[in-house]
Design a protein. Sequence first.
Lengths: 220, 396
Amino acid sequence: MQQQTLPLPGVVAPDTGHYRGDHLLVAEMVERGSKVLDVGCGEGDLLQLLETRGIDGRGIELSREGVNRCVAKGLAVVQGDADTDLINYPDDAFDYVILSQTLQATRQPRVVLENLLRIGRRAIVSFPNFGFWKMRIQLLVGGHMPRTENLPATWYDTPNIHFCTIKDFVQLCDEINVKMERAVALDMYGRPLRVNLPWWFWNMFGEQGVFLLSRAEKGK
Amino acid sequence: MVNLQSIPSPPVHGEERAHEADRPTSLLAAFGADQPLKLDCGIDLSPFQIAYQTYGELNADRSNAILVCHALTGDQHVANVHPMTGKSGWWETMVGPGRPLDTDKYFIICSNVIGGCMGSTGPASTNPATGKVWGLDFPIITLPDMVRAQTMLIDRLGIDTLFCVVGGSMGGMQALQWTAAYPKRVFSTLAIACSTRHSAQNIAFHELGRQAVMADPEWHHGRYFEQGTHPHRGLGVARMAAHITYLSDAALHRKFGRRMQDRDLPTFSFDADFQVESYLRYQGSSFVERFDANSYLYLTRAMDYFDIAADHDGVLAQAFRGIQTRFCVVSFTSDWLFPTAESRALVHALNASSARVSFAEIETDRGHDAFLLDVPEFFDIARAFLQSAGKARGLT
C-alpha cells in the first residue's frame, strides 16, 4: 500500500460563466484530441463542453430522460448503469473515463473505481466531500443528516448511498493502488482552494473534490 | 344455429398483385445473366430485378444517400401513395421535407427486398426459365441475401458510401447486416426496434403464421395462382397473430378494452362481438389484398435464419470490430417482439468494439409498432442523430 498525501498540483480553469465550475476543471484535465467516456453524463453538458475542445466523447447515463436529451443533442450516449454496465467495456478503450458527482450513488464505489481505471488509462473523479464543515456542523450541532444546496435530498429519498470525505477517498486510492496525479478541492462557491493549504484544510473547506487518477505502477 | 364467421373473402386482386410483382409501379433495376445474385443457399439467382423508390436529390459528392430498409410486410413505397391500397406511404411521418429523414437534405432510397412481392424478384414473380410464377421453386433467401442485392442497387446508382442505413424491425436487421458486412460503405446506422438475431419466441410466431398459410386448402402447396385462388384465410390468420405481437396489452386495452362492435349485447355466436376481434379481422383481410402468401413464407424464414454473431464464432462484438460507423440504436419500452434487452445486447457488443453508439429507449405503450407511429421523442432523436452525423460527414 502506498501513502499519498495532499495537496497535489491542481489545474486552473478559465472562468467562463456558461459552464459549471467543476466541468471546466475536468475539461482542463483532459488532453485535446483524446477519447473520453463520461459515466453518469446527465444531460450531456460536460460532453458538449468536451466536444467544443475536439475531444471524442461518449456517455453512459442511468436515467432514460437524460439519455434521450443527450441523444437529441447528437451526443453518443447509451442508457446504462455504472455498477453493472462498465464490465462490458474492454480494457484501455478510452484515454479518460470521467465519473462526475456519481461515485457516491454507486452500489460498489471501489469496484466502479477499479473499472474506470481498467477501461481508461486515466480517470477523473469528482464527488461531494462529506467532511465539508457545513456537513459536520449539521450532524454535530443539528443532530440530523446533512443537507446542502448541492445535496438537497433527505436521507430517505437520496440516491447517494456511499458518501465519503476527501480523506476517505485518498485512503481508497492508496488501498487499490491508484495514483493521484492531480487534485483540486472546490469551495462552496465552486472556486478551487489554494494548493499550498494543508490537506485537513481541504477536507474541512472543500465542498467537493476533483481527482485525476492513473494506474500506479506495480510494486509501488 | 351458431353463426360461424371467418375472415371475409377480399375482392380478387390476384391480377393486380401479379402485375406489381413483375411490372411494378416503381423504379426498376434489372440485373442480367452477367450479374447474378449469389445467394447464401448456394444458388445464383439470375436474372433478377429490384423495385425501388427515391426521394430528394443526390448531391454532387454522392455523400447524402440514405437507404431505408423496410420491415417484413413493408415495401418501397415509403413516402408516396401506395399503388395498390391508395394509402399514404408507410413512413411519411419520418420521410419528407422537414421530417427527420429530410428529403430537402438527403437522397432517400428504399427498395423492395428480394423475396418480396412488390416488384423485386420473389416467389410471386415470373420465373423466366419456365414462364410460370416461381412459387416454392424460388430459392430460400436470407437477410444477408437481401442486403447483397441492395449493394448491387447502390452500385448501380453510383453510390459508394451510404450516409445512413435506417430501418425498424426487419429493416433494422438489414441495417445491422449492412454495417456488419460492409462497414466501409455505411457512414452511420439507425437501427430501430430490432435485434442482431431472431429469438426463439419470434421464430415460434413465424412458424405459427406459416402453418396457418399452409393449412389453408387454397394454398395448393404454393401453386394457388395456377388455381386462380389465394390462401387469404390462412394468410389472414397469420397476419392477425402477427399483428397482436406488434401491439401491447396496454395499447390493445386503451384502444378497444372490452367494448362491443356496433352492438350492446353479446350475440351468443362466433361473430365479431368485440371491437378487438373486428379490428383484427380487418387487419387480416386488408393485408391479404396486397401481400403474397408465399412471399410471407419466404420473408419470415429469412428473419428466422438471421443471426449476425453466428458468422463470427458466436461473438457479436467480433462482427463490429474496429468499426468506424456511427450507430444510433432505439428501442421502445412496450415492445415485446424486439424487447429492449436485445438492443442492449447489441449496444454492449458495440461498446466492446469501441464503436460510437447512442442508445435510447423510448417510453411508450404502443408496442413494436411504435416505430411506425407518431412518437415525437423518437423523431427528435432520429433528427439529432442524423444532424450530428451529417456534420461529421460534411453535409450542411
